[in-house]
Design a protein around this ligand. Structure first.
Ligand SMILES: [Zn+2]
Length: 305
């Protein structure tokens, strides 16, 4: 063996060690997650999972938000006083709410420990259950969103993508945001395709929303017979039986002072976050989602035995 050969072997061994080290480090960093929603405040349904991922599992969470939130003024009476602007007037709201809601989502992001928020700046026009005006490209710039999501996914290399559950009763904006995320995963080329799951909030002693697929959009199908994954926010910590993770969710909701209805109806209400597995994922991903929720159940403060 020549000296050069020995030298090259040493270099190869060193590179192998560096690669192993970085692979281990990547694992040690915890999961990388992108949340795709329509409005600032949609992520409140996942807030405790996101908080636990960043604070307890040392993971990374980014968010992509489709609209500027300018249409959220129907219940802004108290927010109008707080901000000193006549926000219940639609013209005032559409002029000033986009900035206010960006500030609110940044405050919420700080609580949840998020890394970045990608604002897609699409119009938050009106309330409708119909996704067609958006997904067709009539009211939203779909090629723009697709291009940005493709770039974000290829650059940031997420393990998981979390969306809302696109059931029939959801806002058309919510349904379209889910479709944008699902289609971005479908377009994703290369190894390590992210796993996409749908989250929804649940109150104790209620039944999960029945959902298999949003009619007309087969990519929204949930894997038949697959497990659902729960995150329990509601148990009191065994340390003193006074505190639960619901408090973190309350902090996040409290950031959205322009959004009266979520304050009135959401504060301290949600007991569980329920996550479902989309059928477009490979079957092998189920074990990874189970592992994520096992880690979340066993990290931080434990439930009383
Ligand atoms: Zn929303």
């Amino acid at each position: 063996m020549t000296r050069l050969n020995i030298f090259l072997k040493k270099i190869a061994a060193l590179l192998m060690l560096i690669w192993l080290g970085s692979a281990l480090l990547a694992h040690a960093q915890g999961p990388k997650v992108l949340v795709v929603t329509a409005h600032p405040d949609d992520e409140t349904g996942f807030s405790v999972s996101l908080f636990k991922i960043t604070h307890e599992l040392k993971g990374i969470v980014d968010m992509a938000v489709m609209t500027d939130g300018g249409g959220g003024f129907a219940d802004s009476q108290l927010g109008a006083m707080y901000y000193g602007l006549n926000l219940t007037d639609s013209l005032v709201a559409r002029t000033h709410l986009p900035m206010i809601r960006k500030q609110e989502i940044l405050d919420a992001a700080k609580i949840m420990g998020l890394r970045n928020i990608y604002f897609m700046e699409q119009p938050d026009d009106w309330y409708t259950l119909d996704p067609q005006p958006y997904i067709s490209g009539k009211n939203w710039d779909i090629p723009f969103i697709e291009k940005r999501l493709d770039l974000i996914l290829s650059e940031r290399k997420y393990d998981f993508i979390i969306t809302m559950l696109p059931h029939a009763g959801q806002h058309g904006h919510h349904k379209t945001a889910v479709l944008m995320a699902l289609r971005a995963v479908q377009r994703f080329k290369g190894p390590n395709k992210p796993i996409i799951i749908a989250g929804s909030p649940m109150v104790a002693n209620s039944k999960p929303v029945d959902f298999q697929m949003l009619e007309g959009f087969p990519e929204t199908k949930i894997k038949p017979g697959s497990l659902s994954f729960f995150l329990n926010r509601a148990f009191r910590f065994k340390e003193n039986d006074k505190v639960s993770y619901k408090i973190v969710a309350d902090w996040v909701i409290a950031a959205y002072k322009s959004q009266g209805a979520i304050q009135e109806n959401g504060i301290h209400k949600t007991d569980f976050e329920l996550y479902r597995y989309f059928d477009i994922n490979d079957d092998q991903g189920i074990a990874r989602v189970k592992d994520l929720f096992d880690q979340l159940a066993n990290s931080g403060f434990a439930a009383p035995k």
